[in-house]
Design a protein around this ligand. Structure first.
Ligand code: ADP
Length: 161
């Protein structure tokens, strides 16, 4: 079975990585689909976001990272994926995720959305909080891989110049 895990991943965090690893051991094939955000303020380009995820999954033969644009269900159909994976953190994720999954069901009833509950330490972890903490000089080393940490710090320093 092919599963798609869509998101912004701006940038990938240890919470995303945990979800991807769990999918990789459950499904035959996982496509991590990086959304090309047109109207969202992002820190990293889609190419940079893809590279950071790929670097975190060297040696995982059944994890593929791609970019996508447009309707998620159309993209999933084009990849022959039967499953959309989303992660659920605190209750605040619930309403939006439920709306999206019902909407996607209306558009493509043959595609199932599955939710994986974030594991304890990742329940309150998001890309935005990591970027915010880093912008104030806080230590983010336990929230993202070291190559991602370096890229965030470089990006913040570049913006300050
Ligand atoms: P989006 O912009 O679609 O919310 P994100 O890149 O923030 O994309 O997240 C992609 C998916 O990963 C979403 O389903 C989100 O709920 C989930 N997710 C984000 N952070 C975590 C985490 N720390 N633990 C588990 N799931 C997470």
């Amino acid at each position: 079975m092919i599963a798609i895990y869509p998101g912004s991943f701006d940038p990938v965090t240890n919470g995303h990585i945990d979800i991807i690893k769990r999918c990789a051991s459950t499904f035959d094939y996982v496509i991590v689909a990086v959304l090309i955000n047109q109207n969202k303020n992002v820190m990293f380009s889609a190419e940079e976001r893809i590279k950071m995820i790929q670097k975190s999954f060297i040696g995982y033969d059944n994890v593929k990272v791609e970019s996508f644009d447009g309707l998620l269900v159309e993209y999933a159909r084009s990849k022959n994926a039967q499953i959309i994976i989303r992660g659920l953190r605190a209750i605040s994720d619930y309403e939006y995720e439920m709306q999206m999954s019902l909407f996607n069901y209306q558009l493509a009833p043959e595609i199932e959305t599955l939710f994986l509950v974030a594991r304890g330490p990742f329940s309150y972890l998001s890309s935005s909080i990591v970027k915010e903490v880093a912008s104030y000089g806080g230590d983010i080393s336990s929230f993202v891989p070291s190559h991602v940490e370096n890229n965030i710090i470089k990006n913040i320093q570049k913006r300050r110049v």
